[in-house]
Write a protein that binds this ligand. Sequence first.
Ligand code: FMN
Length: 195
Amino acid sequence: MRTPRIVVMAGSSRRDALSRRIAAACAGPLQAAGADVKLVELADYPAPLYNGDLEAESGLPPGIVELQQVLHACDGLLVVNPEYNGSITPLLKNTLDWCSRPNAADGARSGGAVYAGRAAAVIGTSPGALGGMRVLFHVRDILGYLGMQVIPQQLAIGHADNALGEDGRLRNEAQRAALDALAAALADTARRLRG
Ligand SMILES: Cc1cc2nc3c(=O)[nH]c(=O)nc-3n(C[C@H](O)[C@H](O)[C@H](O)COP(=O)(O)O)c2cc1C
């Protein structure tokens, strides 16, 4: 059976983003679960706010074409989400929307084909106590609509500014165990879905 390839991305490109730090902390548990991990920084795949006129005039931004290829090559996606007013960040929604658009020059690796039939998992992060619990339901819904199989395991990491130790791992033992379980379930689901 093939090693599942998991893309990890944070919904923020802010320099000191807590979600980016937590996303980096997810690589170890996923690798321990037998996955190949690719950490994606959304800042490396820039795109303007989606507008149909822009798309009609210029097609897909080069960064989006590149990200579509990255997503198409993966078996599973882990999204680490900051919470904006109880919901998804505009950066993440914009990126997911652009990637859902077909690219006439590469129909097989664009549009819905970059999501369909792949496993996904969601984590919330916040400097507040609730850990972005509310964003999880929205992002789950969006990824499911895109054709991904979102696993039931999820994690909301509150006080995320103090969640990681010097070793870059979660300090809290229960959270570490929950992340290990999520990573194992995501790797296993990706493996079973994509063989
Ligand atoms: C527009 C906006 C809305 C926010 N809404 C929430 C919220 O609903 N819940 C929450 O816990 N934090 C909220 N915050 C605070 C963010 O959790 C905090 O800024 C966080 O550090 C952003 O994520 P990042 O560090 O990954 O960039 C909001 C921040 C912004 C800018």
